[in-house]
Unconditional design. Structure first.
Length: 417
């Protein structure tokens, strides 16, 4: 019996959960199976999931094909109807030991082919089953799952459920173990990180968790993944200002730069809120760099609306852009909005945003010339600065170590030191 094979599509949280599933499957003795952890963020992501399922079936004709993840959670029946699929399991079920124990014994009748319950009824985040994952230099720790907000373009709450938080004590203990294992950087991950704590006793905030981690652990570098800037609390801002071990890099869920489009997206911030947050964060930490998600071509977006997104790149001094051409997602309110932007225009606007992003990266790289940086080595010749900029080092270093080096040039989108 061969060990199961796993394929991950989509976000970092999916990758984290795949590692947990590997451990569960191994413990349960599941074999001769192919597991696809799907993504549903866009219609294209779902199409790619189906394509991947068919490919894996062709390459593994004798294995059982098990489909899970957000696409499977949202539309289990359509995946169950695929001839290539043997079982569909939901996002909650995939983290349950009992599910994998059942899968190890094969399938009993049609009822076990689909094991997907109402994700909205889930009130707790699964216990941590792995002590982070990643390279030997950086570990990712899930502290939150789900989302209570309903942005009109987003299907993810229906795949992840409502927001659930991992208690601070559990997080701190896990990070202590990771530090003992030699990790020099830990990244906090979740679906809606800034909602952490709302469901816990006393309703702590993300800043409280960050301060507690930095106080009670010796982690050399703590990094936060994507946040909603409008929900940044006082302690998070204090940590940005006073804690050098909190990395000066934040990825912001901005989505657009025009107030009318933001309202139609049902976002909770306006353009000026984003600009104000970036100005304040950089005032508190001058070396702060920002990444951001921006959608091009949302329904009703005019050239003037788009121009406000383009201007936001400079007004917020954004560096690392994740540009998403709008893709209508069935089941979301935005899919019903009339006055769709045509595909060619969406593609052209996305290209203009990406060009603005490339120019921003070039400015950032040029500004680092001659500066000294502390670099976390991800490979003998490559690492990242505290601002998450990739650096090629001319002399090999120990993977996982933090080295101090002076920037001497650049090569493409990497610095050279």
């Amino acid at each position: 019996m061969s060990a199961p094979k796993f394929t991950t599509l989509g976000c970092r949280l999916n990758a984290y959960e795949t590692e947990a599933m590997k451990a569960l499957a191994e413990e349960a003795g599941v074999g001769d199976a192919v597991v696809i952890n799907t993504c549903a963020v866009t219609a294209e992501a779902v199409r790619k999931a189906r394509q991947e399922i068919r490919r894996l079936r062709r390459e593994n004709p004798e294995a059982r094909v098990i489909v899970t993840g957000c696409a499977a959670q949202i539309d289990p029946d359509s995946f169950a109807q695929m001839d290539e699929v043997d079982a569909v399991i939901g996002n909650s079920e995939k983290m349950a030991p009992d599910t994998w124990a059942g899968l190890s014994n094969g399938f009993i009748g049609e009822t076990e082919r689909v094991q997907v319950n109402d994700i909205m009824s889930v009130t707790e985040t699964a216990e941590h089953l792995i002590d982070g994952f990643g390279t030997r230099s950086r570990a990712y720790v899930q502290v939150q799952n789900g989302c209570d907000h309903r942005c009109t373009f987003c299907i993810i709450p229906y795949g992840r459920g409502n927001s659930r938080s991992v208690p601070a004590g559990v997080v701190v203990d896990q990070i202590k173990r990771l530090v003992q294992q030699g990790y020099n950087e830990v990244v906090l991950t979740g679906v809606d990180l800034t909602s952490w704590g709302a469901d816990l006793p006393g309703t702590p905030r993300l800043g409280d968790l960050v301060m507690r981690i930095l106080k009670l652990t010796d982690v050399p570098r703590l990094r936060i993944s994507s946040i909603d800037s409008i929900e940044a609390d006082e302690n998070l801002m204090m940590a940005i200002a006073t804690e050098s071990r909190l990395m000066p890099h934040l990825h912001l869920s901005l989505q657009h730069g025009d107030d009318l489009i933001l309202k139609r997206m049902k976002r909770r911030h306006l353009r000026d809120d984003a600009i104000r947050f970036c100005e304040e964060a950089r005032r508190l930490r001058p070396e702060m760099t920002f990444g951001a998600d921006i959608i091009a071509g949302f329904p009703t977006e005019t050239e003037a609306h788009f121009d406000n997104s383009l201007k936001l790149v400079e007004e917020c001094d954004l560096t690392w852009l994740h540009v998403f051409p709008y893709s209508s997602r069935p089941g979301t309110p935005a899919a019903k909005i009339p006055n769709k932007v045509d595909g060619a225009t969406i593609k052209a606007r996305a290209a203009r945003l990406r060009a603005a992003g490339e120019a921003a990266v070039a400015r950032h790289l040029a500004a680092q010339q001659g500066k000294s940086h502390r670099i976390l080595m991800e490979a003998p010749d490559m690492g990242r600065t505290e601002q998450f900029t990739e650096v090629t080092l001319t002399a090999p270093q120990t993977e996982g170590s933090i080295v101090t080096a002076t920037i001497t040039g650049q090569n493409g989108q990497r610095l050279v030191a």
